[in-house]
Design a protein around this ligand. Sequence first.
Ligand code: PGA
Length: 241
Amino acid sequence: MNVLIYDNEEQIGVAAGNYMCGQVLQKPNSVLGLATGSTPLKPYGQMIELFKKGAIDFSKVTTFNLDEYVNLDVEDVNSYHSFMHKNLFDHINIPEENINFLNGNAKDLEQECADYENRIKEAGGIDIQLLGIGSNGHIAFNEPSDCFQRWSHVVELKESTVKDNSRFFKSIEEVPTKAVTMGIGSIMQAKKILIIALGKNKAQAIKQLINGNVTPMCPASVLQFHTDVTLMLDKDAASLI
Ligand code: PGA
């Protein structure tokens, strides 16, 4: 695991955005696995910046997002669909038809998850997967549990995750408690992984990710078994390693 520690979020944003764009420069038709949350905001800002400067072209890129809430309208400001459009897709030139999300409003969610895995496979697999990490060690919505869930699946969110995510909603009661998410196997099949953590509340999970046992109780710990992981941390997130 390549562990890089930066002074602040701005520096990580530039480094991570450049890393993602570097992949696209090397392979213009790259398949990018994308994440939501506060962590990727600055990296997405840097990707937009490079696009506006004319340094990068995303017209051949395909994307797959990690997860989506269940039973939340895609147009709702808190859907991950809305988040991605507002913070990245509306500002760069990825063709709409190349953008993929799990549909949390699908009638048959199990079928939707199986179809999503097929779509990833048909696209040739994910070249680089961007990840944040939950304070409880989750990646995407793979919550701590007794076993690793391999492929995309429906999940009940943990109380800690609902609480963490409630900052985006008017009240905690509005936070969906169910989501659809890529599985640990879907993530581990990405050729490269870039994981970013900011802030003291991630320090314990980062310690476990780097130095702990590989256990589904800290889903991110499985990344120890991946051969191409870059971990970008600010000083607070790195404070326990
Ligand atoms: P955050 O979420 O970027 O909003 O901290 C990360 C995650 O829960 O995976």
